[in-house]
Design a protein around this ligand. Structure first.
Ligand code: GRF
Length: 225
């Protein structure tokens, strides 16, 4: 059972998907804390309703980003967080943060920080990804769950989902179509991490097959795919 810390700045619909997946057993874990840099974020209310700890580390007017991240790390550590899920968290994390939750041998080289981005990376990183996709005129977009590194949406890709861009789409309609896929793949990726099935080498993430029970009920290590 992993203890997930979610960082969110806004509505928190991805947080909700994670809370729901923990509650119904699709993620073998629990949301140990939700931390927001925005005191009025709806994500905090969702956390409280689900009985998860909700904390604010206000970022407004804080110029020293590394000092801010050290505060965040202290809060996440206090809640015993094993994995940090960025879910609509509108700040870049600093090297100080990444060192605290960085890649480790015990986790097969996986950093313990994941993010979800509403585009098929490496296309359209950064802000307003759905608008960027519409303006560019792509026929397909989607979302990406990736491990977090020091860049903007540049870390190793864990899983992606594709959606069509339809004639007449607006930023709102495309965002809604992508968001449905976000809510599906983010909990799935977190469960893979919880099961220890992910490993990272360079930019490449490998997902090990789930152990299959044999007839005598003993699990065999199964092949990588
Ligand atoms: C999502 O589209 C996510 O991919 C992006 O910010 C949005 C957050 O939505 N990083 P929500 O707060 O989870 O509803």
């Amino acid at each position: 059972m992993i203890r997930i810390g979610v960082l969110a700045s806004g509505s928190g619909s991805n947080l909700q998907a994670i809370l729901d997946a923990c509650a119904d057993g699709r993620i073998d874990g629990r949301v140990a804390a939700v931390v927001s840099n925005v005191p009025e974020a709806r994500a905090l209310e969702r956390a409280r309703l689900a009985g998860a700890a909700a904390e604010v580390v206000a970022s407004k007017g804080v110029a020293d980003r590394a000092a801010y991240d050290r505060q965040l790390v202290a809060v996440l550590r206090r809640h015993g967080v094993d994995l940090v899920a960025l879910a609509g968290y509108m700040r870049l994390v600093t090297p100080a943060f990444l060192e605290a939750f960085g890649p480790s041998l015990a986790r097969n080289g996986c950093p313990a920080v994941m993010n979800i981005h509403p585009a098929l990376l490496p296309s359209f990183p950064g802000l307003h990804a759905q608008r960027q996709a519409l303006d560019y005129g792509v026929r397909f977009s989607g979302c990406t769950v990736h491990f977090v590194d020091a860049g903007t949406d540049t870390g190793p890709v864990v899983v992606q989902a594709v959606v069509p861009v339809l004639p007449g789409d607006t930023e709102a309609s495309l965002s809604a179509r992508i968001l449905r896929e976000e809510h599906r793949i983010y909990p799935e990726a977190l469960q893979w991490f919880a099961e220890g099935r992910l490993s990272v080498e360079g930019r490449r993430v490998t997902l090990r097959s789930a152990a299959a029970p044999t007839l005598d009920g003993v699990c065999n290590p199964s092949r990588d795919r």
